[in-house]
Write a protein that binds this ligand. Sequence first.
Ligand code: BJW
Length: 228
Amino acid sequence: MNLFVLTGAGISAESGLGTFRDPGGLWRRFDPMRLATPEAFAAEPDEVHAFYNLRRRGVREAAPNAAHAALVRLEAGLAARGGHLFLCTQNVDDLHERAGARAVTHMHGELMRVRCTACGEGRPWPEDLSVETACPSCGRRGGMRPDVVWFGEVPLHLDAIADALDEADLFVAIGTSGAVYPAAGFVARVRGAGIPTHEINLAPSDTAGLFDAATYGPATRAVPAFVD
Ligand code: BJW
């Protein structure tokens, strides 16, 4: 069995990390066009750094929850039976890895990494960033940015994701609103190929009608119940 799991902010909500579009979510309080676009970073880098420094500190203080742990058991269980879990997350946090997941595809990048816009070098970076931060590789200041995918940028690992979608026997989406493309389009793509689909979410997502089956409830209960 090849299982494709797509996770979103809802899986980390009970770890204390805010989602984007729920009541009180990040994009309800902050304008994403002023914080999560390359144009915003060019115009107001201090504001963008302050936002991501706060988020980075939040991730450092958060711990993986029972839903992240259940996916680790799923990965091991499938491997023991000759199957494979392709875990694709839209999340920029590292809670899947800290729970023990062996292979995680971060299609929207990673908050704990930086990239230099001058020389392109990326590296782990768990600390605050500022316009004064110099790139350890090329020495340039002002170009260091969080290694995340902003609106208008192309998500990462799309070829590997397309292959995994084509090879999947089952597609499961967990804790994602289905509002952001291309991830929101995965369910339609696999459904078109006749692959069964299952949604796990607090409430029906924007794409709920495209899933064959659904489990509604908090991820820390619904994901272990699905896995075990
Ligand atoms: C729980 C829970 C609990 C809560 N238990 N569940 C087609 C149509 C229209 C527009 C576009 C389109 N194609 C492209 C676009 C433009 C744009 C887009 O999609 N805009 C829409 C808003 C309309 N997309 C892009 O710009 C993307 N790039 C792109 O398309 O490039 C072109 C290209 C593509 C492919 C090939 C070649 C070229 C890039 C998108 C980048 C998104 N970036 C962000 C920020 C990352 C950095 C950061 O973290 O700051 O990614 S935005 C934000 O949204 C973040 C998330 O990964 C992403 C998705 O959010 P998610 O995870 O779904 O969270 P929420 O809050 O929306 O939902 C949470 C869910 O959890 C809810 O359903 C709750 O019910 C649930 N929940 N508690 C279980 N306890």
